[in-house]
Ligand binder design. Structure first.
Ligand code: SAH
Length: 341
C-alpha cells in the first residue's frame, strides 16, 4: 500500500529525497511504521534500554533529579520526553522520583509523540500521573526544561550526500525504490560541515534534529534546565548508516515500506549548539558512573532475581555499552555533573 503511494509520488514529481522517504515510511498517518506496527519487545522489531531493565530509567531519573536540585530546584518546570514509546522510561523516572517529592510536585510532564496509537498506550501506562501530549516543543509553557530522549533522534529523517568529481550530489529514491544520484536546489552547507571529506564518502544531515536541538538549547540557556539524549551514533561520524530493522534483523530499507523500522546513527556533535555546556559519554560509562552496580544489588536483594544479564546488556562493550552514547546539555557552567566526570 505504502509502496504504491511512494511510487506514485516519484512518478509524479521525480526521485524523492531520503528524508521524504523516511518520513512517509515512519509517519504516514495510516500505513506508517510507528502508526501501524508494533515495534517494541521480543515479539516486535527491537528492544530498547528501558524495556531491558528498570535500572536504565531509574538512573536517568536520578540524573534529572540531581540536575534539578543542583540548579536550585525550580518550583515549576517542564519534564519532557521525546518519543516515549510505551511510556516505560517515564514510568521509571516518575517512580524513582518518589524519593524527592518536591521534584514530583514541581514537574509538569509533557510527552512529544507522533503516533496516535502510542499516545493512547502512554496515557494508560502513566495513568496515575497528570501528563499532556504536545505537538511540538513550542507548545510548552515557558518554564525551565528538563528533557529526556532515548532512541528518538535516530528515527528523525536524514538526507544523504556524496562528494564526487562533480561536487556534492544527493542520494535520492528513484522509481522501483532504489537509490539514484541527483542535484537538489537547497543543498545544506556541506563543505563547511564536512571539511576534508574523501571523495566518494557518504555523509548524512538531519535538519529536524538540529531544529529541535536549537529550541532545547534556547530554553535551557535562557530559562534553565538540562537535557539528556541517548542513542546510537558518534559525536561526528560520517558514512552511510541508513538501516532498516525488522524482527531484530537488518533488512533492505526498500523491501517493505512502512513494515520495518528505518533509522540512521545520530551525529551528536550537530545537536550541540552555541551556549550549552555539553557532556558526552558512552552508555556503559554513564550507567557505571551513575551506580548501576549498586542499583542492581539493591534490586536483586528486593526481588530475589539475578539481574546480571540485564546489566551486561545495558553496559557491555559488545552489547549496548559502547554503540550507544549519552549526550547531556545544560545551560550554565556547573562544578560537577554526575555521569560525565
Ligand atoms: N523512547 C522509547 C521509544 C523509542 S522508539 C524507548 O526507549 O523505548 C521512537 C519513538 O519516537 C516512538 O515512540 C515513536 O513513535 C516516536 N517518534 C518517532 N518519530 C517521531 C516524530 N517525528 N515525532 C514525534 N515522535 C516520533
Amino acid at each position: 500500500m505504502l509502496r504504491k503511494i511512494i511510487e506514485d509520488e516519484i512518478r509524479a514529481h521525480g526521485p524523492i529525497r531520503l528524508d521524504r522517504y523516511m518520513e512517509i515510511c515512519l509517519s504516514h498517518p495510516e500505513y506508517g511504521y510507528y502508526t501501524s506496527q508494533q515495534p517494541f519487545g521480543r515479539k516486535g522489531d527491537f528492544i530498547t534500554a528501558p524495556e531491558i531493565s528498570q535500572m536504565f530509567g531509574e538512573l536517568v531519573g536520578l540524573w534529572l533529579i540531581h540536575m534539578w536540585q543542583a540548579q536550585g530546584a525550580p518550583e515549576r518546570f517542564a519534564l519532557v520526553e521525546l518519543g516515549p514509546g510505551r511510556g516505560t522510561l517515564m514510568a521509571d523516572i516518575l517512580r524513582v522520583a518518589a524519593v524527592m517529592p518536591a521534584f514530583l510536585r514541581a514537574a509538569r510532564v509533557f510527552l512529544f509523540e507522533s503516533s496516535p496509537r502510542l499516545r493512547v498506550e502512554q496515557k494508560e501506562r502513566l495513568g496515575k500521573f497528570d501528563i499532556a501530549h504536545i505537538d511540538g516543543l513550542d507548545d510548552m509553557p515557558d518554564m525551565p526544561l528538563y528533557l529526556v530522549a532515548n532512541e528518538f533522534f535516530d528515527a528523525l529523517p536524514i538526507r544523504q550526500f556524496v562528494k564526487n568529481d562533480f561536487g556534492w550530489q544527493e542520494r535520492l529514491v528513484a522509481e522501483g525504490l532504489a537509490f539514484s544520484l541527483g542535484k537538489t536546489r537547497d543543498m545544506p552547507d556541506l563543505d563547511r560541515r564536512f571539511r576534508g571529506i574523501e571523495t566518494g564518502r557518504i555523509v548524512e544531515t538531519r535538519k529536524e534534529a538540529e531544529a529541535m536541538s536549537a529550541v532545547i538549547t534556547k530554553k535551557i540557556t535562557t530559562r534553565g534546565g538540562a537535557a539528556i539524549i541517548i542513542d546510537y551514533g558518534d559525536y561526528d561520524g560520517v558514512g552511510d548508516t541508513f538501516q532498516a530493522v525488522k524482527q531484530h534483523k537488518m533488512v533492505d530499507p526498500f523491501a517493505g515500506p512502512g513494515k520495518a523500522d528505518l533509522t540512521a546513527h545520530v551525529r551528536f556533535g550537530e545537536l550541540v549548539q552555541n551556549g550549552v555546556e555539553p557532556g558526552f559519554a558512552t552508555q556503559g560509562e554513564f550507567l557505571t558512573r551513575m551506580g548501576i552496580d549498586e542499583r542492581r544489588k539493591v534490586l536483586e536483594k528486593a526481588s530475589g532475581k539475578p539481574l546480571g544479564l540485564e546489566q551486561a546488556r545495558l553496559i557491555g562493550d559488545d552489547e549496548m555499552g559502547n554503540a550507544f552514547k549519552v549526550l547531556a546539555m545544560w545551560g550554565k557552567p556547573m562544578q560537577h555533573v554526575p555521569g560525565f566526570l
